[in-house]
Design a protein around this ligand. Structure first.
Ligand code: SAH
Length: 292
């Protein structure tokens, strides 16, 4: 008798819905979720489910979710579908998405099953799990690039990572030489994941992780704040960022669609945060700003 199949959910994933769709798939019990570029079309989200999954229930939940996104004004270009996974080596297929990625001039982000590569790059080991931030997303890569540059030039002793996800930005800052980082996320799963990743990278003792809202910290002012969130979140948090920054400190803000960058920078400027550098990757803007 052939082995019972694994199941695959596939759906178009617009940038503004990608994170929500990933969370939706994890909550349905996915074993792995990947976002894939598809030539000539929007990126696709693929989520893998075990043989014990209930495909009609997953398909029904997907239809309902896509419809609810539509009422929020996010129209996906397809309805998505659930099919038996043709390739029984799904785990390998999933893993194959997480190759080591070089970022910036000195960093390399790798999953735990890839051996530490020989070479000059400083490698950061991140378990692709439930939390956002594997280094493959343009917003994370943009933040890493700016953090690398700023840490090298300004040597900040401490930093704050708001919305840490997998902990990738905090871990990179620590590996690049920042002595201590405080990282917060409102999602407890992300905080546990960040702690595991910090331990895997030997920086757990220097990373202080907590479940908290990025806007409500009673934090000592630091020379570097990093926040890979969204443009609306940045507008809401701009005054808090200013409060957390020491004079002449630097904010790295990511997760801003290129079309939202001017508006976000106006909100930052209103709080005394002057734009110093911006870079664009795959339609996403990351900005570095200095507090006056
Ligand atoms: N820093 C990682 C993850 C970014 S994803 C990276 O660059 O790849 C954004 C993260 O911020 C998510 O884990 C989400 O749970 C968290 N988040 C969103 N709004 C938040 C808020 N107001 N306070 C704390 N965490 C928040």
């Amino acid at each position: 008798m052939p082995a019972a199949p694994y199941w695959e959910l596939t759906v178009a994933a617009l940038p503004e819905a990608a994170e929500a769709l990933q969370n939706f798939a994890w909550e349905l019990g996915a074993l792995g979720v990947v976002e894939e570029e598809s030539p000539g079309g929007p990126p696709r989200l693929r989520a893998f489910f075990p043989p014990t999954a209930d495909p009609p229930a997953i398909a029904a939940a997907l239809r309902e979710y896509v419809a609810s996104l539509r009422t929020l004004g996010v129209a996906l270009s397809d309805e998505g579908h659930v099919t038996p996974l043709a390739d029984p080596g799904w785990a390998e297929a999933w893993r194959a998405h997480f190759r080591p990625v070089p970022v910036g001039r000195r960093l390399l982000v790798r999953p735990p099953w890839e051996r530490e590569p020989a070479g000059e790059r400083l490698s950061i080991c991140i378990e692709p799990g439930r939390a956002f931030g594997t280094g493959h997303h343009a917003t994370t890569a943009g933040c890493l690039e700016l953090i690398e540059d700023i840490v090298e030039r300004e040597r900040p002793a401490r930093a704050l990572d708001l919305g840490t996800g997998s902990g990738i930005l905090a871990i990179a800052a620590l590996r690049l030489g920042v002595a201590e980082v405080t990282a917060v996320d409102e999602d407890p799963d992300a905080v546990s994941n960040a702690r595991l990743n910090a331990a895997a990278n030997g920086v757990a003792a220097r990373l202080h992780c907590a479940v908290a809202d990025a806007g409500a910290l009673d934090a000592r002012a630091v020379p570097l704040v990093v926040a890979n969130l969204t443009a609306p979140a940045h507008r809401r948090l701009a005054a808090a960022y200013r409060r957390y920054l020491a004079p002449a400190g630097t904010l790295v803000a990511g997760g801003i669609l290129a079309s939202e960058a001017a508006g976000a920078c106006r909100a930052f400027a209103a709080e005394g945060l002057a734009r110093r550098r911006a870079l664009e990757r795959a339609g996403w803007t990351t900005v570095a700003l200095t507090a006056d």
